[in-house]
Design a protein around this ligand. Structure first.
Ligand code: ATP
Length: 514
């Protein structure tokens, strides 16, 4: 059912100009996508929501835009050349390739599903008096699943931490995990696979050097730490934010824009005093969760997930997960990266990277707490939450609509302006209204087809308001405004439109609630 919904969402994205496969004419390119006319608007709005929440709301966070290409030694220093690997495994029958850890995680998720099913069954049985927390703590069947889940999680974490590829394979064998495509357990060995894309810079004549497409934007921030700190006279604690493309040669790339080979990240590195990092880590966890939940998709659909395996640079790490149609999955990572990166760059560059703390009267290498979120994954999260199929049948008449219930501040088009008919001065009046609003809001003019069809088109792209100009509008300077989610209609004065749009769709109003 949920899978089915996901397929429909992917089709909807293509049909309504949100997301197209890259190089569609040539049947696409694996895990690379293009954003269409509405997709780019939504993406820009997401980026603005993030950027403003970081840089405008915090006097001590500034932004940068660093290059994708970086000196090759950056990736040696950061550990990516040696350790940015995923364990891959192939099924010999289907010839499909998988990440060994993801196969095991899916097995772990099955225990969670079983637990949820038990809870749902009991909820049905006991009705209103049901105490879910007590049930989870005491029901023998649920406890058994929880124990199995914990055991497997621990075994996987140990194998990953020890880099024990044989053990990873053994887990897959022991748990009889089969290929989701062909259903067999005919597996190859597990091998490490580096995710970075390499290319060459310079012509061969002058000696080309191997460089990488950055797999994360964070390193552009670290290597600019001193530049920004000095020129901005930044005092610790302070943050540097950046939005930009990142590239990873992902092994498994079958989940639409959830896992892409070219994607965009929004990262913020927050530089703090050594020893205070875990406090800041806790603060940023809460702040980031709030940012997500303000969009109004229901707090029960988000959760924290602590990492079983810490990356080579981290002393604490946590994901914010959202309940996608295919289960709870990571949208954002919050990591306490210690002083690993700055120390490494100091070592490899031979340049001192220290901060003189005037209050403590001492120099130190700052510690870093990072918040890292994928724009594309956030985009998918929002669309999967907003996509809605509604049955509007009444009195024996079949009717339905597909509507994207996007937060108005993020919706690509804020208002569609529609003359009831294409004549008798109504288009001119509609154009006047468009002219009045277009400098402040993304508005669309539509005069084709019946009003009903036009409403459906706007529902499908998530436009929060439609206004209709009729003959009476020419006399009373009022229009009918139709609300996307409730489909209610009301008559309002044209003079009030600006204020209505401003109140309901303004990003500032969303930011004010942070
Ligand atoms: P995963 O475990 O899903 O591979 P990760 O833990 O490697 O993700 P991070 O390195 O923490 O991811 O990256 C931070 C964020 O960047 C993720 O939370 C996600 O939103 C986004 N991201 C990472 N890889 C991809 C990708 N291949 N496609 C789209 N977004 C991605």
């Amino acid at each position: 059912m949920a899978e089915d919904l996901f397929k429909k969402l992917v089709a909807h994205c293509k049909e309504y100009g949100y997301v197209f496969p890259s190089s569609d004419l040539y049947d696409g390119l694996g895990a690379v996508y293009d954003y269409g006319q509405y997709g780019v608007e939504l993406k820009n709005n997401i980026k603005k929501y993030w950027w403003d929440s970081m840089t405008r709301l915090h006097q001590n966070i500034v932004g940068i835009d660093s290059a994708i290409f970086m000196h090759p030694t950056v990736w040696k220093a950061s550990g990516h050349v040696d350790a940015f690997n995923d364990p891959l495994i192939d099924n010999k029958d289907s010839k499909k390739r998988y990440r060994a850890d993801v196969l095991i995680e899916e097995q772990i998720a099955k225990y969670e599903e079983k637990m949820e099913k038990e809870v749902a069954k009991a909820q049905k049985r006991f009705g209103e008096k049901f105490d879910a927390i007590l049930f989870v703590q005491t029901n023998p069947q649920v406890l058994e699943y929880a124990a199995q889940k914990a055991k497997l999680t621990e075994r996987m974490a140990k194998a990953l931490n020890d880099n024990n590829l044989e053990e990873l394979r053994q887990i897959i064998v022991d748990y009889k995990i089969v290929c989701p495509v062909c259903g067999t357990a005919n597996w190859t060995e597990v091998r490490q696979f580096n995710l970075m894309f390499a290319t060459e810079m310079g012509s061969t004549a002058e000696g080309a050097s191997k460089i990488y497409l950055r797999p994360e934007t964070a390193q552009g921030i670290f290597v600019n730490f001193l530049n920004v700190q000095k020129t901005g006279r930044m005092k610790i604690p302070f943050g540097i934010a950046q939005i930009g493309k990142a590239f990873r040669n992902e092994i498994v790339a079958r989940q639409f824009i959830f896992r892409m080979r070219e994607f965009e990240q929004m990262e913020m590195q927050f530089f703090v005093r050594p020893g205070s990092e875990l406090e800041w880590f806790a603060q940023w966890k809460e702040a980031r969760m709030k940012w997500h939940q303000l969009l109004g998709f229901g707090s029960e659909n988000y959760r924290f997930h602590d990492h079983e395996k810490l990356a080579h640079y981290a002393n604490a790490a946590c994901d914010i997960e959202y309940r996608f149609p295919f289960g709870f999955k990571e949208v954002e990572g919050i990591h306490s990266r210690t002083d690993f990166d700055l120390s490494q760059h100091q070592k490899y560059s031979g340049k001192k990277i220290q901060y003189f703390d005037t209050e403590l009267n001492e120099s130190y290498t700052p510690y870093v707490v990072e918040t890292s979120i994928g724009v594309d994954r956030m985009f998918l999260q929002i669309l999967s939450a907003a996509y809605c199929e509604e049955d509007l049948s009444k009195e024996g008449k079949q009717d339905s609509r597909i509507v994207l219930k996007l937060p108005p501040a993020l919706a690509p088009v804020k208002m569609a302006v529609m003359p009831l008919v294409k004549k008798e001065g109504l288009p001119e009046k509609a154009q006047e209204i468009l002219e009045m609003l277009k400098y402040d809001f993304n508005c669309q003019y539509d005069e084709k087809d019946s009003i009903g069809k036009r409403y459906r088109r706007q529902d499908a792209i998530g436009t929060p308001f439609c206004i209709t100009i009729d003959h009476q509008s020419l006399e009373d300077n009022a229009v009918t405004i139709r609300h996307r989610d409730t489909m209610e209609q009301e008559r309002v004065a044209i003079d009030c439109l600006y204020a209505i749009l401003k109140e309901k769709t303004d990003l500032g109003n969303l930011l004010r609630r942070i």
